[in-house]
Write a protein of this length. Structure first.
Length: 162
């Protein structure tokens, strides 16, 4: 299998964009991820896949709580900020801290506060499963989307029919 052809093919699956936040001791950690999914309703579980080469992975191996920040249109800057390596990704971010001291980005489309349920091997990634402890969402906002390697938005006239 040609890796580039495989990646390009997967890029045809439109996804939402998330920023996963946690902490390692007192250091705030954040990374952009589109490999996110619901896993179970009972118990409430989600999963997110993190590259084994990501410097932030060690924080997840320590079993800290984490937050899934589902981004809304207008949060493109946050998407790219947390996708790049940087000393302090939170320096220009607007956030509050959860009851566990985990950053929650302000103005998200939706937020899931989680505790780590399990870490699983998944090729060149680690699959982090999280038990969802608290949620919030905004019915008025629209999602930030990732498609064919680009960030975009839904066209207003083409919104999903309820």
């Amino acid at each position: 299998m040609d890796p580039r052809q495989f990646r390009n093919t997967l890029g045809h699956f439109a996804t939402g964009v998330t920023v996963i936040t946690t902490k390692k001791e007192e250091e705030l950690i954040g990374l952009t991820a589109n490999a996110f999914s619901s896993l179970s309703l009972d118990p409430p579980l989600i999963l997110v896949c993190i590259d084994k080469k990501a410097g932030s992975l060690s924080a997840f191996k320590q079993g800290h709580s984490f937050v899934v920040n589902i981004l809304q249109e207008g949060q493109e800057e946050e998407c790219w900020r947390f996708a790049k390596r940087s000393e302090d990704k939170f320096a220009n971010s607007s956030y509050t801290l959860s009851s566990h001291g985990i950053p929650v980005l302000n103005d998200n489309l939706a937020t899931l506060e989680c505790t780590i349920a399990e870490l699983l091997e998944g090729g060149d990634h680690i699959i982090v499963t999280g038990k969802v402890e608290a949620v919030s969402y905004d019915e008025e906002k629209s999602p930030l989307l990732f498609f064919r390697g680009k960030i975009g938005q839904m066209k207003k006239e083409e919104q999903l029919i309820k």
